[in-house]
Ligand binder design. Sequence first.
Ligand code: HEM
Length: 290
Amino acid sequence: MNAFISPCSVSRSLSSPATAAVSSRRTSFLPRANALRPRLPNITRRFSTVKASLEDDVRQDLNKLYETTPCMPIMVRLAWHDAGTYNATEKTGGANGSIRFNPEKSHGANSGLNIAMDLLQPIKDKYPNMSYADLYQLASVQAIEFSGGPKIPFRMGREDASEADCTPDGRLPDADKGMNHLRDIFYRMGFNDLEITTLSGAHTLGRAHPERSGFDGPWTKIPVVFDNSYYVEILKDEPDPDLLRLTSDLALLDSTETKALCEKYAADQDVFFEDYKVAHQKLSELGCFQ
Ligand code: HEM
């Protein structure tokens, strides 16, 4: 049998009797009025497929990085410090990659985050079409998923800021201050008390480093696993001497509402994960997609 199949035989075999009847009645060879119409959605679909495959490729490379270098916690801190400069009233700051520029990079609160940015640079070089802003946020959501946490909804499309968009120092929270300070900082970003309590649960990952923040130690016994143990630990009457509790962590126990939420999250990890997904997605999109 001849292996070559002509295009005509393919189109004949694919066309239904109804289509064949319609084409045999055609007298003009100008394109039908509606012939071009389906193309636009196709182009859009192809464009989203390209974006999706870029995102998938980068996620795979991030997984490879996390398998060899368990740097998941510092990626979460990097993304949070990039986004957490947002001022909802002024519409300045946010998840725009400005943290990679001085003076923002050298603000005291960002000490050590050059390590995270340096680890991500080879991935940025490999995928130049992804913005730094998207890469930092994707590295964070992928780090959380890789560590056993929830799958956080993620959208690509953040635009990179320029050096001139760096925000002034002092927009991120101080660890040795209480609830009034946390409210000043997080309300400025557009968050509420529930979201302050939920996002603080990210301290289930990682540790403090004396040379970066002056504090020392992890918040939980297994700091490479994203779970609800942060709440379990801060609620203990007798704190584990090996674990860290910042003034800002303990501030969550000062109000009846936020303490009740900590108790709920400590008792039910699924509830924590559901709330966390929503709050983290909001954090990761501050100042974007407007
Ligand atoms: C509520 C106010 C917060 C304060 C005062 C605070 C403060 C700190 C401090 C002092 C460190 C230690 C940094 C170091 O020495 O390496 C740290 C680490 C960390 N923070 Fe926060 N943080 C806050 C909220 C958040 C939020 C909202 C997130 C993420 C959503 C987050 C994620 C992390 C992570 C993952 C680490 C560990 C980094 C590592 O292991 O390298 N923090 N934070």
